[in-house]
Design a protein around this ligand. Structure first.
Ligand code: CAP
Ligand code: MG
Length: 418
């Protein structure tokens, strides 16, 4: 069954994917494209005796072939509208392992309206989070308690309180901290929320604690409920290691808590420009299911990421209507009533990075510094103050060097890292 039809134009009910395809030796691009479209829709490696005439209309159509890139349209009847695992088992499943391909990368998925309408999307979105924190238009400043794992509960809460009192809006657990014996989940939530309340009293500002609820799904739901019942307003979840179904289940709990999506393990899929799944695709799936905040990389810090990709991803999660961009292989999207997601920038950041980061990504970002705050020679409180000072200087259009002359905490950070 031929799947290539370069005259076909996708209908509004089609789901469309863009792939980067690298055929194996001896395989033509056409043969590779046929194999990708067939295996990800109704085909297999050989013709069969059991097919029926009505199957043909369910076949995917390769409607564009340009260099190493192909665009494939899938009739939406192939999919269960609110079932991300099934959608990915089709367009991001077996095809990655086919011998006919040396490499394959899923660059983007454009979802038909019916799929988009079948998901909740973020509960809070950017405006909901700004309202909760009472922070109108500057970037939010967050930190991660460091050392990333190992602190006993009381020490963990102390670091958090210092960070809040120094100026952080948000303090989060690190991605590999969950319910270890040295810092049990229940105890950590209670003690750290108390520290949050004390910091709110001292500073007069709203302060948020993001406990990491990552665990087996039922346990994760229990932990999220415990956070809510203990007066918490945020939970953090490692979306890649818990999985799409678990994230969907957590979102469907519809707890009135902000969902922070950490993407640890994403680079196993996203890092190679030749093979895997783009962070753009992962970001769109996360928005669809409904995280309120998502790590998207920064280019500047210690983690891999290209400028175009990160800026494209920020657009995709923050805007309602996205135009296609051929250079980043973004297919565009119409997000209708799905709320925007707050872009989280972290990874090797320190206050000296803030002007460039805000210049590149604007003000609707959450800047998270772990080492860049707790490594300040004057300590965590000063580290948090330095981060806020760098944001304020950038908001006022002031050079950090000048601002640091009157702000010793920023001066200490600049001296150590800039
Ligand atoms: C940052 C961090 C973040 C990663 C996530 C860490 O700490 O807490 O998890 O940066 O990367 O564990 O490394 P530092 P991304 O600020 O001390 O680097 O946001 O790219 O997913
Ligand atoms: Mg971390």
């Amino acid at each position: 069954m031929g799947y290539i039809d370069l005259k076909y134009r996708p209908g509004k009910d089609d789901l469309v994917c863009e792939f980067r395809v690298e055929p194996a030796a001896g395989v033509t691009m056409k043969q590779a494209a046929e194999a990708v479209a067939g295996e990800s829709s109704v085909g297999t490696w050989t013709d069969i005796t059991t097919s029926k005439p009505y199957i043909k209309k369910l076949g995917a159509k390769v409607f564009e072939m340009r260099g190493s890139y192909i665009k494939v349209a899938y009739p939406e009847e192939l999919f269960e509208l609110d079932n991300i695992p099934q959608i990915l088992s089709s367009v991001a499943g077996n095809i990655f392992g086919m011998k006919m391909l040396r490499n394959l990368r899923l660059e983007d998925i454009n979802f038909p309206d019916k799929v988009i309408r079948s998901f909740k999307g973020p509960r809070f979105g950017i405006q909901g989070i700004r309202k909760l924190l009472k922070v109108k238009d500057r970037p939010l400043v967050g930190t991660i308690v460091k050392p990333k794992i190992g602190l006993r509960t009381a020490d963990h809460a102390r670091v958090a309180q210092d960070a809040w009192e120094g100026g952080c809006d948000i303090v989060k657990d690190d991605e590999n901290l969950s319910g270890q014996s040295f810092n049990p989940f229940e105890k950590r939530v209670k003690v750290t929320l108390k520290a949050r309340d004390a910091a709110e009293k001292v500073t007069g500002e709203r302060k948020m604690y993001m406990p990491n609820v990552t665990a087996e799904t039922n346990e994760m739901l229990r932990r999220a409920r415990l956070v809510k019942d203990s007066g918490g307003e945020y939970v953090m979840v490692d979306i890649m290691t818990t999985g799409w179904s678990a994230l969907h289940t957590l979102r469907d709990l519809d707890l009135d808590v902000v969902l922070h999506g950490h993407r640890a393990m994403h680079a196993a899929l996203t890092r190679s420009p030749k093979h895997g799944i783009s962070m753009l695709t992962i970001a769109k799936l996360s928005r669809l299911i409904g995280v309120d905040q998502l790590h998207i990389g920064t280019i500047i810090g210690k983690m891999e990421g290209s400028k175009d990709d990160v800026q494209e991803i920020e657009q995709q999660i923050e805007k309602r209507i996205i135009r296609p961009h051929s250079d980043t292989h973004a297919l565009g999207e119409e997000w209708m009533s799905i709320k925007p997601v707050f872009a989280v920038c972290s990874g090797g950041l320190h206050p000296g990075h803030v002007p460039k980061l805000m210049g590149m990504m604007g003000r609707d970002i959450i800047i998270q510094m772990g080492g860049g705050i707790h490594g300040n020679p004057l300590g965590t409180k000063a580290g948090a103050a330095a981060a806020r000072q760098a944001v304020q200087a950038s908001m006022d259009g002031q050079q950090l060097e000048k601002y640091a002359l009157k702000h010793k905490e920023l001066a200490a950070a600049m001296k150590k890292w800039a």
